[in-house]
Design a binder for this molecule. Structure first.
Ligand SMILES: [Zn+2]
Length: 386
């Protein structure tokens, strides 16, 4: 019901809510009472435009929905407080080292968050939820990472529980690329139901939206395209220990390795610097980038035939560093797919900036907190206390 009020512009009369939700008037009254008791909505009166009797509306209490959002990358974590609707009210990026103990790293994140929180206006300091993105497969209902990832030693660590214990609010954890897809979907691809998002940064990951919803697969590993096998390249060893992974040929760390092998001045650069090198592209660099993009295109072409997406978004600092990357992916996908699979397909660069991950995390929190199940649960708990 809150969604209905929000979609109506933030306030609606009880009759309007009943019409839009097709709920009976007594049910609407009952739910409005529950939302008001929880402080999530309030009654307001506004004189109607004809100057008649003031109309009583139910207004969404948007100020109650400030989220703490954390986007953990391979080198930096971005911490942000985001108001309902996506406005970032405070943010900070801190350097991190994923090889240190998980609770040590997260304690640094919490220090940064608490400092930011202290600088907010008093009415903005109460948060409704926490959203966290991580560069790893996630057991979404459990709020923890699973399986091998660059977050070595994190598998099974209860990230959601860690934040819940400190901040005392519901916490939701998801894969970082799922959050980018969520942010891109809400801002740019609002009416697109079938999307594949491929992030090429230090590593390579992807996310799927199928029939309008993020698809995480059975175990949270859906879209782990970085570790698909590229035939004939068993000579290359990946960070995961397997041979011939896509990421080991085309990820930022692989390009850094290949740039340095050809030109010693590039030794020791990271994915952020790889993006800078690509932007200033020498012919040597652009040959390697073109080759990497073609490998990505081959994997994406297989996914296109399987999924028939309407849009493929190429994101990440490396994937967005040059138009030539997305152009090479596009050309391979069109060449290898049947016309029906590409008839309505757009292959574009992501429009998000470095805040895409925290924006996606805020949307994840909002979607969960506004769900009928969560509100019913809150109401039940409040009833139990009174
Ligand atoms: Zn691998």
């Amino acid at each position: 019901m809150l969604r209905t009020i929000i979609e109506a512009g933030g306030s609606a009369t009880r009759s309007e809510i009943a019409r839009a939700t097709e709920l009976s008037r007594p049910t609407v009254d009952e739910r409005v009472t529950a939302l008001t008791r929880l402080g999530l909505a309030r009654a307001t009166t506004a004189r109607n435009s004809t100057g008649g009797r003031p109309a009583s509306s139910i207004e969404f209490a948007a100020e109650r929905f400030i989220s703490l959002c954390v986007d953990i990358g391979e080198r930096y974590a971005r911490v942000a407080f985001v108001a309902f609707g996506g406005k970032i009210i405070a943010q900070q990026a801190i350097p991190i080292d994923l090889t240190v103990a998980s609770d040590h790293l997260l304690s640094n994140v919490v220090v940064a968050a608490t400092e930011l929180q202290d600088g907010l206006k008093p009415e903005q300091r109460q948060i409704a939820g926490v959203g966290v993105g991580v560069p790893a497969p996630v057991d979404y209902p459990g709020g923890r990472t699973v399986g091998w990832s660059v977050m070595s030693g994190w598998s099974g660590f209860d990230i959601a529980g860690y934040f819940r214990d400190i901040f005392g609010v519901p916490t939701f954890v998801d894969n970082d690329v799922n959050l980018l897809l969520l942010a891109e979907s809400e801002t740019v691809l609002t009416d697109v139901e079938h999307v594949l998002f491929v992030k090429i940064g230090q590593g390579i990951g992807s996310a799927l939206k199928i029939s309008g919803a993020i698809d995480r697969g059975a175990d949270g590993a859906a879209g782990d395209i970085g570790h698909v096998h590229v035939a004939g390249r068993e000579d290359i060893i990946c960070r995961c220990g397997k041979r011939g992974c896509l990421e080991a040929l085309a990820g930022g760390w692989a390009l850094a390795r290949d740039f340095a092998a050809r030109e010693s001045s590039y030794a020791g650069i990271d994915a952020g610097e790889v993006a800078d090198v690509i932007q200033h592209g020498t012919p040597l660099v652009m040959d390697l980038v073109h080759e990497a993009a073609q490998r990505v295109g081959e994997a994406v072409a297989v996914a296109t035939s399987l999924l028939n997406p309407q849009a493929i978004i190429i994101g990440g600092r490396v994937g967005c560093a040059s138009d030539q990357f997305v152009a090479a992916v596009r050309s391979v996908v069109y060449e290898r797919s049947l016309p029906l699979a590409t008839r309505k397909l757009s292959i574009l660069n992501s429009q998000l900036d470095d805040t895409g991950g925290v924006r996606g995390a805020a949307l994840l929190v909002e979607q969960n907190l506004l769900s009928e199940e969560h509100i019913d649960d809150l109401a039940l708990r409040k009833d139990a206390k009174t």
